[in-house]
Design a protein around this ligand. Structure first.
Ligand code: HEC
Length: 159
């Protein structure tokens, strides 16, 4: 009986480790192609939620274009206060006035990636997933940095 219990405990521990390994394997590193694969195939962003105070199609400011939608994953959504949890992703679809999708901009929080500026990995994609700009582009970091206290997030106010 004792042996059986030990086996069961050992097996569930092993399974736990496996689940953890799979889960962490699923999050990409700071790589635009891997991130694109993640947000379109592994965990399609169109199935994500909106911030409760920024739902659906919204009017935007330069440089991002006149209309946008900002999707957030669970890690971001479940962050009660800044800074948001590691693994948080925000995907912003940028449209022109006629509602044609022009650009997709993404912020992805990666532990240890760029601690001095909130550990955000920034990407500007074409609608088909080609990364035009990525990493820590000065423009993205500087402009969003005006709200560093809100974890560089501009469409959602943490209270
Ligand atoms: C000159 C200022 C400015 C620059 C430069 C800028 N942004 Fe933004 N960004 C904004 C504003 C303002 C918003 C709020 C939504 C809107 O008005 O379009 C925003 C919103 C966002 C959002 C939605 C999440 C949030 O912060 O609320 C993402 C994602 C984003 N920007 C990514 C980027 C990326 C990637 C770059 C660089 C390639 C970049 N931004 C450069 C001003 C800027």
């Amino acid at each position: 009986m004792k042996k059986l219990i030990i086996i069961v405990i050992a097996a569930s521990f092993g399974l736990g480790l496996m689940i953890q390994a799979v889960a962490s394997e699923k999050m990409p590193g700071p790589d635009p192609a891997a991130l694109w694969n993640y947000i379109t195939k592994v965990s399609p962003y169109k199935n994500w939620a909106f911030w409760p105070d920024h739902k659906g199609l919204q009017k935007g400011r330069a440089p991002h274009g006149p209309l946008h939608r900002v999707y957030v994953n669970d890690k971001a959504l479940n962050s009660a206060k800044p800074p948001v949890q590691y693994g948080s992703i925000e995907v912003k679809e940028n449209y022109d006035k006629a509602e044609n999708l022009k650009v997709i901009t993404v912020m992805y929080k990666i532990k240890g990636y760029n601690p001095k500026d909130g550990d955000w990995f920034w990407v500007r994609y074409t609608p088909t997933g080609k990364a035009a700009k990525f990493g820590t582009p000065k423009g993205c970091v500087k402009c969003h940095g005006a709200r560093a206290a809100n974890d560089f997030i501009l469409v959602h106010e943490f209270k």
